[in-house]
Design a protein around this ligand. Structure first.
Ligand SMILES: C[S@@+](CC[C@H](N)C(=O)[O-])C[C@H]1O[C@@H](n2cnc3c(N)ncnc32)[C@H](O)[C@@H]1O
Length: 245
């Protein structure tokens, strides 16, 4: 038990380091595990991939599409089959290299959610999957998307469900509302990711509604998520929204 408390205290001590622009723990994590993640992701994330691409069943031919936290570029390689002009950013150099190999025609760059290296009003569609949970400040992502997306542009993203992050606190006396670094174990225990916990309030925040109209919300369970005490819980949610003019 004391191990968990120790881990928690250490995590909290590092909390201020986790988010800031151009400096995240996330990029270090994914540099180390990029290759393995890329080998395992499609097989292990089938449930969320299927749900996400169902939401992405929108006209993309000739549209400029930006993937935030594009990882190994799997999603971009599917989007381009729909005729989209593909761009992506990720904080991990290792991930970017794999994504660029898969998508030589894509404009894929190192970049951070809170400082997106593209001009204002560049994109018809902004997408993201399994990435926003790693940011400390979800509102800063919305502000940047609002800047780079066109008026009436479409935002579709999937993120780790706050209930999953609550379960990832993995101790008794958990506090849903308290921001902590949690460790998600996934792909049958083969990979781990640390991220700051979030509440649903942070995702459906006043900043979100300042810039976007919510078009749909759905939540689901991906079998690639950790089984904790046999609990069945939503491991992800998907938001579809449109930029207000
Ligand atoms: C779990 S992976 C998801 C990759 C891909 N979207 C997928 O669904 O397989 C999360 C990705 O987000 C990236 N990432 C995390 N924080 C980031 C940030 N602040 N800015 C840009 N990329 C970030 C990581 O480097 C990693 O590649």
């Amino acid at each position: 038990m004391s191990n968990f408390n120790d881990l928690f205290c250490i995590s909290m001590a590092f909390l201020p380091l986790f988010n800031t622009t151009n400096e995240t723990t996330a990029d270090n994590q994914y540099n180390t595990i990029a290759k393995k993640y890329s080998e395992l992701v499609v097989e292990n994330n089938q449930d969320s991939i299927t749900a996400y691409f169902r939401c992405l069943d929108i006209p993309m031919n000739g549209k400029s599409v930006l993937d935030l936290g594009c990882g190994d570029g799997y999603d971009l390689s599917r989007i381009k089959l729909k005729g989209a002009l593909i761009c992506g950013i990720d904080s991990s150099q290792e991930m970017i290299e794999i994504a660029q190999q898969k998508n030589p025609e894509g404009n894929i760059k190192i970049g951070y959610f809170d400082n997106i290296p593209f001009a204002d009003h560049s994109f018809d569609v902004v997408i993201s999957k399994w990435s926003f949970q790693q940011s400390m400040d979800i509102d800063s992502i919305y502000r940047e998307i609002a800047r780079v997306i066109k008026a009436n542009g479409q935002l579709v993203y999937l993120s780790a469900h706050p209930i999953r992050q609550f379960i990832d606190k993995k101790r008794t006396g958990k506090d849903y509302f308290k921001k902590e670094i949690v460790e998600a174990v996934f792909f049958d225990g083969q990979l781990r990711e640390k991220s700051p916990s979030h509440t649903m309030n942070e995702y459906l925040s006043p900043t979100f509604f300042k810039f976007f109209i919510l078009e749909s919300y759905e939540e689901g369970n991906d079998r690639g998520a950790e089984k904790v005490d046999g609990d069945i819980y939503p491991s992800y949610f998907i938001i579809k929204a449109r930029r207000l003019p």
